[in-house]
Design a protein around this ligand. Sequence first.
Ligand code: SF4
Length: 414
Amino acid sequence: MIFKSPHYCIFVQNISGMNTTDQVEKILADTNLSTELQNIAHKVLHGERISFDEGVYLYEHAELGYLGVLANFVREQKHGDKTYFNRNFHLEPTNLCVYDCKFCSYSRLLKQKEEGWALTMDQMLDIVKKYDDEPVTEVHIVGGVLPQYDVAFYSSLFTAIKQHRPDLHVKALTPVEYHYIFKKAKIDYATGMRLMKEAGLESIPGGGAEIFHPEVRDQIAKDKCTGEQWLAIHEEWHKLGMRSNATMLYGHIEQFWHRVDHMEKLRELQDKTGGFQTFIPLKFRNQHNQMSNVPEVSVIEDLRNYAIARIYMDNFDHIKAYWAMISRETAQLSLNYGVDDIDGTLDDTTKIYSMAGAEEQNPAMSTKELVNLIKQVGRKAIERDTLYNVVTDFEHVVFEEEKKPAYYKLPVVN
Ligand code: SF4
């Protein structure tokens, strides 16, 4: 049953004019609110952590308006109106993959290699060099898993990128790749992550997490690293004093409690290491994959999910929405439901979202467009680097005409 109240509607701004504390006080004063929702609102207002059961209760009973008020309260306590983005590009070495995740629209099994690409080291470095005159701060490297991309290959790649451009932050690969290449090299996670760091790796993106619980993971991503292995690799990375991010693929066959279980495991590891920066809920898209019969969830459910993530993940600094995955308009809306980061300029360098059916088929936004997207909904645009150091506060910046960076085509394997 969904809780209904006449006081809150989809847009949190409709009770604006009040500060966020007053907004929470207003819902606490509502005598129609269930005791459970009263208790949760009280906890959030006083900075107390909500429990696993309360997380599940929110998914099952809380309406969007209520969630938006609480999530926006937490968001503004942490960041005010600041909304972060970065200038980055993706480097996707291959879309061929030894695994066969049912939700994946991106990968092609080896037998379908005519539909795929697999870049050489030189081709990858050529892509990096195309950005030499661009003010990008990060290269985000992620793709499929292939035997030729091993510890030695990735070590050489990271080192070569850092030698060519020391100021470019290398954010690369996920525990899916790391588990595979370390196993092949017969080295443990601690040794492997130390080698990657020495080679030039600076942070790990959040991918490969999907849903940790084996009830779901075994059905959608059976052969790749388990949830425990994903967490163990991030833990080893954090022990080296390094930072990483975490995702959750939601809106397919999982139940609400699987989502809370996933967030709980991340929250526990974060209590232990403090190494995570950002939690990124990823919406399941159903085009061109083996789960096309599973309907996608609505935008309302997307916003509810962002909001519950913001309320639940109290020890994560940032909640991110990928604008390229959920559309520009939903990304704008999400800024009132706990999100404070909408990713980067991308420059049309990723196929991961478009191949899964995202609205953005050629995802690229100029800095000016991204800043305007954020400002249009009354938030402050902050360009950050990968580690959330402020590069530019755009509050008073006036744009000159911008040069659009070069587009590169992905080669096809014959
Ligand atoms: S999700 Fe990743 S590991 Fe799974 S098939 Fe796609 S590219 Fe391979």
